[in-house]
Design a protein around this ligand. Structure first.
Ligand code: SAH
Length: 352
């Protein structure tokens, strides 16, 4: 007899069954499974998708980052390097950065760290020569690394801890009559809350992102041993600090993070302070975080926009709108931050 076909139940049903069988699950498990499904099954970017990112707004973003890398590489006496990008989306940032680098004689091998088959296919259209990896392990250790991550860390699963009258407890996800919702677990977690935050008022929420710490630790060790630099761009804050930042976005609007797991983008603001601690532990130099607006201005987005507009006068208005979306304090310029970390002894990067 042929084996029964294996039917994969929808994610919401699988999560609900798991919770019914074993009880509420940590938020990180819910968010991790939801995002893995979400990214594996679609290209979420652009006007028809759920959200838009800086490289999708304008080629200027990737070009300036490419030139930022090229400048560091040049002042560092042009060592052998590899380009590494975490979560490259459609490959747009990479193709713009690589084009800008090529113009000044920098043509590194390209390594993409990406788990989504749909996005890997989109990346292959723009950067066919790339090599794909699921993490840093397979990236060779024979050259310095030029690493960039734009809106990657915000997609990694977080845990949440809630301060109650009795202390700090983990926030878990339960499911009642098919509806997912947060509940307070019964194990106390006061020990993992930094001393300075333990006495926060009742109702305070602390978020941690173990996956981000693990990636940063591995990345920092690589930079320490092989040299290079990493640029991390995301919305975030200098923590650890209390505050709830978990959000869901669908069709360019905010949505309920507990609705439709795997069908909308779940993110949390990035704790740059905690990531920086991992870099410091590997003796890396830290720059920032600084706001995206001033960073791009310092790198010359003004003159770049002017020269693009001069070359295509009919697009001048669109170019100006894109520049303002990237740099304006009421758009991405203030909310988004850039953190750079460099190997000991590397030149000081521009823009900080
Ligand atoms: N950097 C791109 C895309 C941001 S969306 C841009 O700025 O346009 C987040 C990206 O991270 C997607 O490419 C997604 O597939 C990838 N991603 C999310 N979680 C991941 C994980 N755990 N491992 C590797 N890639 C991941």
């Amino acid at each position: 007899m042929p084996p029964e076909p294996v039917t994969q139940a929808p994610l919401a049903q699988r999560l609900a069954e798991g919770i019914a069988a074993s009880g509420p699950i940590p938020l990180a498990q819910y968010m991790g499974e939801a995002n893995a499904h979400y990214y594996a099954t679609r290209d979420p970017l652009g006007a028809r998708g759920d959200f838009t990112t800086a490289p999708e707004i304008s080629q200027m973003f990737g070009e300036l980052i490419g030139l930022w890398f090229a400048d560091l590489w040049d002042r560092g006496e042009r060592p052998p390097v590899r380009y590494v990008e975490f979560g490259p989306g459609r490959g747009t940032l990479a193709s713009d950065a690589l084009r800008a680098m090529r113009k000044v004689g920098l043509e590194p091998p390209v390594h993409f760290i990406e788990t989504s088959p749909v996005l890997r296919a989109a990346q292959a259209e723009r950067v066919p020569d790339a090599e794909w990896h699921v993490d840093l392990v397979g990236v060779p250790d024979d050259a310095a690394l030029l690493v960039v991550a734009n809106e990657f860390f915000d997609a990694l699963p977080i845990r949440q801890f809630v301060k109650t009258g009795e202390g700090w407890f983990e926030r878990l996800v339960d499911c009642t009559s098919g509806v997912f919702h947060g509940v307070v677990g019964d194990r106390r977690f006061d020990q993992i809350v930094p001393q300075t935050l333990r006495d926060a008022p009742e109702g305070s929420i602390l978020e941690t992102c173990p996956a981000a710490i693990a990636v940063m630790r591995q990345l920092a060790a690589r930079l320490h041993h092989q040299g290079g630099v990493a640029l991390i761009a995301d919305y975030g804050y200098r923590g650890p600090a209390t505050g709830e930042t978990l959000q869901a976005v669908r069709g360019h609007a905010y949505a309920d993070p507990f609705a439709d797991p795997g069908e909308q983008d779940l993110t949390a603001h990035v704790d740059f302070g905690t990531l920086a601690q991992e870099a410091v532990a590997e003796e890396l130099e830290l720059y920032g975080p600084v706001e995206q607006g001033p960073f791009l201005e310092a790198l010359g987005i003004g003159p770049r926009a002017a020269s693009l507009a001069a070359a295509a006068p009919d697009r001048a208005e669109d170019i100006d709108i894109a520049k303002r979306r990237l740099t304006g304090p009421d758009a991405m310029g203030h909310l988004f931050k850039m953190l750079a970390v460099t190997a000991p002894g590397a030149p000081e990067p521009a823009g900080f």
